[in-house]
Design a protein around this ligand. Sequence first.
Ligand SMILES: [Zn+2]
Length: 396
Amino acid sequence: MAAIRSAARAVPSLLLALFDHLGIDPGRIEETLTVLATRSEAVRTTLVTGCAPMWEAPCDEAHDGLPCRRHKALWAATQAGISDCRLGPWNVETQRRQPLLLSPPYTATLSAVPPADMLVSRLAMPIACTAAARGIACLASQSAALLPVLMDSHRTATDHWMTQGYGGYHDAERELVARALITLAAQGSPEHLTAHLTTFAANANALQQLLRDLTILFTYDAQLRTLLPAVWPLALKTVLDALDAGACLHGNGHWSDYAIAALLPAPQVRTADPNPDDSLNRARRDWLGPHALDELADRWIVLARGEPKAADAVAQFARTTSYTWQCTTGLTWLERIIEGRYDAFANHCWYVTYWLTELRETATLETSALSQWRRVVDGLAAAGDRRAVDLQRIDE
Ligand SMILES: [Zn+2]
């Protein structure tokens, strides 16, 4: 497997002009890339990384609507990756559904695949490559035609499978799609992101997962993080508008509290991160400023009232802001979300009391902020919150 992934990382670069002098037959490179594009999900994901330098490479010659010599093999691999994204019927011998090959042209055949027959993880590599191909002269028209079909298939199939509670879709593939959605939105094509979010506004599980994937990318990629002010207010507004228009987050199991909390972005770490505190601190330094949310913050608070996870989201978001903001607006947001219903929040929040402790120990609270701080701590303690009881002793 390691050798195949190394090939997926390296072979696309053989198409660079830098290696023309080696005289490698482009047909052989195309054959190799096409094979790699139909291997395991991990190989396909690595292939996206391997192809990245080629999306920066200029076209090789006049193309007359056809892929040029430099990009032809990449486009063939992208197409090959779509060919086995359809699931066939249940196979008694293998005790699973095997892929049922799909034929080109995929702009027609892919959109005819029902969501329940779509192998969503297989769409990740073609989506990433097709989104990147939009900037390539010889692939502009083909990628413009294929991308909406891929995105629609991904959106409807994810909506279906997340309703079924299907969790067999790995982080790496999901993040490829999330990255494409962010990049496209920032490049002036927000319709893919907004379509996903509008659909998921009625599917809390899908919504919380997409928002978490976006947040993880913003946490770990400093370059993407600069796009937060352009992307997050749009994302939040899209979901709030969809909910105002009648979408119901509460219709899909118990994920609505997660989804509502995830609408307020705060740095999140991957479970395998060996230095999570470093990652969080780096992201907090240049996170989304609260002013970017403007009136959307008020609309979110109205939605989030009474939700302990939303209170935790405020606490996590507050730690990306100045102490002045935390001691004023931050505490006010927290009180508005708690609404005096301390019994619903006591022992149901983790980050709130941690933040309140940090705030008291590191900031000098003005009289009114201190009153707010004490009101929350006393309210939680009176409702039996163990950590709040400890916190009451801070002045002793
Ligand atoms: Zn080209």
